[in-house]
Design a binder for this molecule. Structure first.
Ligand code: GN1
Ligand code: MG
Length: 353
């Protein structure tokens, strides 16, 4: 049992604690009490999120906005305060912990089992975006500064290459070149943002499909979770990260690269669901969606690669080569997007109607 759980009020006494393997940053546990109540306990990685208060403040700002403006159309996770009234428990050893009640009869998917599931996820993320259309994004704190600032990601990437801290550069020279050759295109969205061509909104910024809870029986979306990276951003980021992860034909850490492709049918289904649920996007935002997929894929690929060069300090890994394997799948996807670029744009145009 994790000691932290005893700092929260629970129905019954916690008797069972199982780790849920999902996500590369925080740690998540399913807690069962002797009365059968279920809770999700999370350890927040403060190397990645140094400002836990900012996360919890953002979350509560968004929850109260949605409660007021949306009449509860979309469910939200509500965290339970500690016994002494704080939003998280600080264990004094650098650990921050929080807890919420497990959402009954819910599941999250690691891969879309069928197009309908992916469509549901698209609607959930699209709706999240739409529901926050009038939320003043500048009120949100940047929980990770420059999170999707691709220009700054390139700066950090170069630092990792020059530093070569783990002495691995010689293994990944082709991958480094791949990233550097694509800099201009990858930074386009950021420059459009700076030029005021795309609206800055409250965005989720980590839209893997496993961040949507679905009803176990109907597979209808219940809510969007993992709001730690909700920050000011571009709609294309949320669209793009979901495509990167969910419309790939293989896992993020597939070793056999011939299995990794962009599935255009899934791409289309996601475009449809996202646009239907988020009618507030401007024409220019819609046109930017394919570039969102491209940018998010390249960006996370270069983050995996930078972490590999730095000696795996950021993403949790299961084996020493893990980040190298991960970056290769992202670059394979990028190459496939380049080959399918015209079709991606055509699909967005067709679905726009
Ligand atoms: C991390 O932990 P998880 O899986 O929710 C990362 C995302 C990456 C993703 C890659 C805070 O998300 O940005 O896209 O891994 N989250 C953070 O799978 O860096
Ligand atoms: Mg996450």
């Amino acid at each position: 049992m994790k000691e932290a759980v005893f700092h929260f009020p629970t129905d019954g006494t916690p008797v069972k604690c199982e780790q849920i393997k999902s996500g590369h940053i925080n740690e998540t546990f399913l807690i069962t009490t002797d009365t059968g109540a279920l809770y999700i306990l999370q350890w927040i990685n403060q190397y990645v999120f140094p400002n836990v208060d900012a996360i919890m403040n953002n979350m509560s700002a968004i929850s109260s906005f949605l409660r007021e403006h949306e009449q509860g159309q979309m469910a939200m996770i509500s965290y339970i305060d500690t016994l002494d009234g704080k939003s998280y428990y600080d264990d004094g050893e650098g650990g921050a912990w929080r807890i919420y009640r497990f959402v009954p009869n819910s599941l999250c998917l690691q891969r879309p089992g069928c197009p309908e599931d992916f469509y549901e996820c698209a609607r959930a993320f699209g709706h999240f975006q739409y529901a926050l259309n009038d939320f003043p994004a500048q009120k949100l704190e940047e929980t990770i500064v420059n999170f999707h600032n691709t220009v700054d990601r390139y700066r950090q990437f170069r630092e990792a290459v020059v530093g070569d801290e783990a002495g691995r550069l010689h293994e990944v020279e082709d991958e480094v070149r791949f990233v550097l050759e694509r800099e201009e295109r990858a930074c386009t969205l950021h420059r459009m943002r700076e030029a005021g061509l795309l609206p800055v909104r409250a965005t989720h910024n980590d839209t893997k499909i496993n961040n949507v809870l679905l009803d176990r029986d109907t597979h209808k979306a219940i809510c969007v979770i993992d709001l730690d990276t909700v920050m000011p951003g571009l709609s294309a980021f949320d669209f793009g990260d979901a495509i990167r992860f969910g419309a790939s034909t293989a896992d993020e850490d597939e070793r056999n690269l011939s299995r990794v492709r962009l599935d255009l049918d899934l791409f289309r289904v996601f475009v449809r669901g996202f646009l239907e649920a988020c009618p507030s996007l401007t024409d220019r935002e819609i046109e930017a969606l394919p570039l969102g997929a491209y940018t998010m894929t390249l960006e996370v690929g270069m983050r995996f690669l930078a972490d590999y060069l730095n000696g795996d300090k950021y993403f949790s890994i299961d084996y020493p080569e893990h980040n190298k394997i991960r970056c290769r799948t992202q670059f394979k996807l990028i190459a496939d997007m380049e080959a399918k670029w015209d079709e991606m744009c055509r699909i967005v145009e067709e679905e726009k109607k």
